[in-house]
Design a protein around this ligand. Structure first.
Ligand code: FES
Ligand code: FES
Length: 177
């Protein structure tokens, strides 16, 4: 019989400290869904191909079906629930809505997670950079083109919001205040 000992892990999940007893052979995607009840992380292929299970670990996008839950001990994990504001939607989520970047939505949480990382790394991503990220995600029903459009729209809105938030500060510096 294969042994599956239980280990206690402590980690940061969407900004909250979490401590859980976990079977050492349980993968991170099943752990998040079944034990943490965060069902926004989807499971498609279960072998690292479709990207539906993508979450951020230490700020980087990973396939949760290819990681064991015990591997996130003492780390930071962000799921699609964690990138969603308490009220309403994030800029990226709103852009997916306005630009029709989804249909059934099965692939969407993983796509949003990967693009969130891209937008953190690149304020003005090129369509090629966005396509490169999307190449790690399988979508069975919508066109990828609208996802590219949605990400471009979100990036512009985020740049504009940042510029207007910084404008008063720049004026003060210029005026010598
Ligand atoms: S379920 Fe993890 S990549 Fe498909
Ligand atoms: S929107 Fe249906 S799988 Fe992508």
């Amino acid at each position: 019989m294969i042994s599956n000992p239980v280990k206690t892990i402590a980690f940061n999940l969407n900004g909250q400290h979490v401590q859980e007893d976990v079977q050492s052979r349980l993968n991170l995607a099943d752990f998040l869904r079944q034990q943490c009840h965060l069902t926004g992380t989807h499971v498609g292929c279960e072998h690292g191909v479709c990207g539906a299970c993508t979450v951020l670990v230490e700020g980087r996008a990973v396939r949760a079906c290819l990681m064991l839950a015990v591997q996130v001990d003492q780390k930071t994990v962000t799921t699609v629930e964690g990138i969603t504001p308490e009220r309403g939607l994030s800029v990226l989520q709103e852009s997916f809505w306005s630009e029709h970047g989804l249909q059934c939505g099965f692939c969407t949480p993983g796509v949003l997670i990967s693009l969130t990382q891209l937008l953190k790394d690149h304020a003005s991503p090129s369509p090629e950079q966005i396509r490169d990220v999307l190449s790690g995600h399988l979508c069975r029903c919508t066109g990828y083109q609208n996802m590219v459009k949605a990400c471009m729209v979100a990036a512009k809105r985020m740049r504009d919001e940042l510029a207007s938030a910084q404008a008063p500060v720049l004026h003060e510096v210029k005026d010598g205040h």
